[in-house]
Design a protein around this ligand. Structure first.
Ligand code: JFE
Length: 238
């Protein structure tokens, strides 16, 4: 996969080098380029922002530097992703779709965002990482890049497969324990030490259901519950 990031702050992406994204690049599954679109400004002071027509607070990113930076990228119909609080929610399903692509372009805004013509002419995907307002698109782009790149073949290596990740099953993951079995009197649940794999599987499923019921009841509607699952959830109400 190739990822091009158009940003005024390429240095903000340094943390990705220390993450799974660094590994993906090392093993040759990923190429990432950071393009500072200020370099494409034809303004004598390299300005990239301007006042909003109609008035109002704040500044907007002006089309020229971004269109020119975009035109300079060699490409055959990549997704062009804008991160914005007004986008549709970024989810695991979106990451799974993007992980199938061979080229992604991220446009990272600042100030109050982009002139609408950038959205209309360049963006294929407008996505939000949550209902809060960041100061710019870089942190949101890093989150999306991390979630997408870890799904590329071989990137997680010997680490766990992502099939049971929370959200892939539609439920939150069950609690995990490792050694010691007793830490300062805090015991690992007996069932996990029992060696009874059928009982362990039932316990894990019920813990997932319990956790999802308590923390994210909205997820239960889409979760594909069995009759046994539904009976267990009913029993929680008594
Ligand atoms: C930008 C800003 C006021 C945007 C209507 C570029 N999930 C998520 N939260 N925040 C962002 C994404 C995000 C992404 C890109 C951004 C915020 N801002 C700040 C300020 C109104 C805005 O959009 C600028």
């Amino acid at each position: 996969m190739k990822i091009d990031v158009l940003t005024l702050f390429p240095d903000m992406f340094a943390p990705l080098d220390h993450s799974i994204v660094g590994r993906a690049r090392t093993i040759g599954q990923l190429e990432v380029n950071y393009i500072n679109f200020r370099d494409y400004s034809t303004n004598k002071h390299q300005k990239v922002d301007d006042y909003p027509y109609g008035g109002g607070a704040g500044m907007l990113l002006t089309p020229q530097p971004i269109f020119d930076a975009y035109d300079a990228i060699e490409k055959t119909r990549p997704r062009v992703i804008i991160t914005t609080p007004t986008g549709r929610p970024f989810t695991q399903r979106v990451a799974e779709e993007w992980a199938k692509e061979d080229h992604l372009i991220f446009l990272c805004g600042h100030y109050e965002g982009f002139d609408q013509r950038i959205h209309d002419e360049l963006a294929t995907d407008e996505v939000s990482i949550g209902d809060f307002v960041l100061t710019g698109g870089e942190l949101a782009a890093m989150v999306m890049i991390d979630a997408t790149v870890r799904l590329l073949p071989d990137v997680l290596g010997a680490q766990a497969s992502h099939e049971d990740d929370s959200f892939s099953t539609g439920l939150l993951e069950y609690p995990h324990y490792t050694r010691p079995a007793d830490f300062r009197g805090l015991k690992v649940p007996d069932v996990l030490l029992s060696g009874n794999h059928a009982k362990i599987e039932t316990w894990r499923r019920e813990q997932s259901l319990l956790r999802t019921h308590r923390r994210r009841p909205d997820l239960l509607e889409q979760a594909g519950l069995t009759e046994t699952d539904k009976k267990f959830l009913e029993s929680l109400r008594d």
